[in-house]
Design a protein around this ligand. Sequence first.
Ligand code: LLP
Length: 420
Amino acid sequence: MDHFQLIDGVMRCEGVPLAEIAAEVGTPVYVYSTATMVRHAEVMRAALAPMPDPLIAYAVKANPNGAVLATLARAGLGADIVSGGEYVRARTAGIPADKIVFSGVGKTEAEMAEALKNGLYQFNLESDGEAETLSAVATALGMTAPVGFRVNPDVEAGTHAKISTGGAENKFGIPIDTALAAYRRAAALPGLAVQGVAVHIGSQLTNLAPLEAAFRKVGALIEQLRGAGLDIAVADLGGGLGIPHNPALPDPPSPEDYGAMVRRIAAGWGARLVFEPGRLIVGNAGILLSRVIRVKPGITHPFLIVDAAMNDLMRPALYDAWHAIEAVAPRGGKMIANVVGPVCESGDTFATARELDAVQAGDLVLFRTAGAYSAAMSSTYNSRPLTPEVLVDGDRWAVVRPRLAVEELIRAENVPDWLI
Ligand code: LLP
């Protein structure tokens, strides 16, 4: 459930009309609902509550805005981070060090040292080489790094190829079949405290079966590792649960279904469970608000040219992702259109032959499910300044990332002396 509702002809985010935000901030603009984020955090917490002290580490990559992170920190979530930058963001937003897990296949020595010095719950290592590097970094600092290995369970996640991560051919994790040897090597290295196992097989999963298969393999591995004398106290089950976004498709499994499945598989593990949801928390807590620039005739369907583009929301171009598109003030009636942005690429297409509310030049439209991997993945391609972001909380709202003028983008660059 989200808090973007059309009531009496007025589309609001919580108590705030979207037209008011568009009038004051301009378009395109991302709008986030505090109530939706907090609700999703609560639903996830409730679904996992029967397990002892689970750590819900929000995947910062989904939406790293400081106000979003501060909201989720207040809601009690930790953070799953994949870079030094995300570490700084998480701590700046008030997320405690002991709720931070550090994932990612390419952590650098500098990133390892920063996280170690400032504290974290666990590094999820992805190779022998990474274990050796972290051992050297920790030893040089006179510290001990808490670690787990991310294992690759070789499970087909059944999602888009570009967001599948648990197949043997993917770059992620160590092969689960040879994990014992990697654990033994790591346990023998100085400066590492081996404590956990981690897994993450992909994103926007709409079927629990691949997750269940992966978790069963993790359970078997924990037994094997303990049998070999390793003290495994933590099992990080990653993120990946899909969210509803297209009313024509069946809803994905609910957090309750997910929680029940996890309990069934992991109840006897005697390990602290960690979860890394990203999309589930913020995906449907955000929309992209945009204005129709003009409607241009096309061979089969008109082109609805909006002022948002692939640089603002690249999911349709990158993954053929489907985002609901609706009028903010429906005039009545429907149209079929190709919805496109102003960027100079044919890939700058949000929807093809889409039936949507009939709209005209000047009308506002919104793209739903734009709270995750949306502003986070935006760029300034075509010298379009990053889209501003707004956070709504009840009847109040604030710009949480302002629109930068193109002059500010230019000022951040240097033209060498010889060109002046
Ligand atoms: N943990 C790890 C180690 C991850 O790599 C990810 C996402 C997550 C947790 C969070 O997954 P979630 O619960 O959000 O599915 N840009 C793509 C999604 C990329 C996901 C990358 N990893 C998209 O827009 O669909």
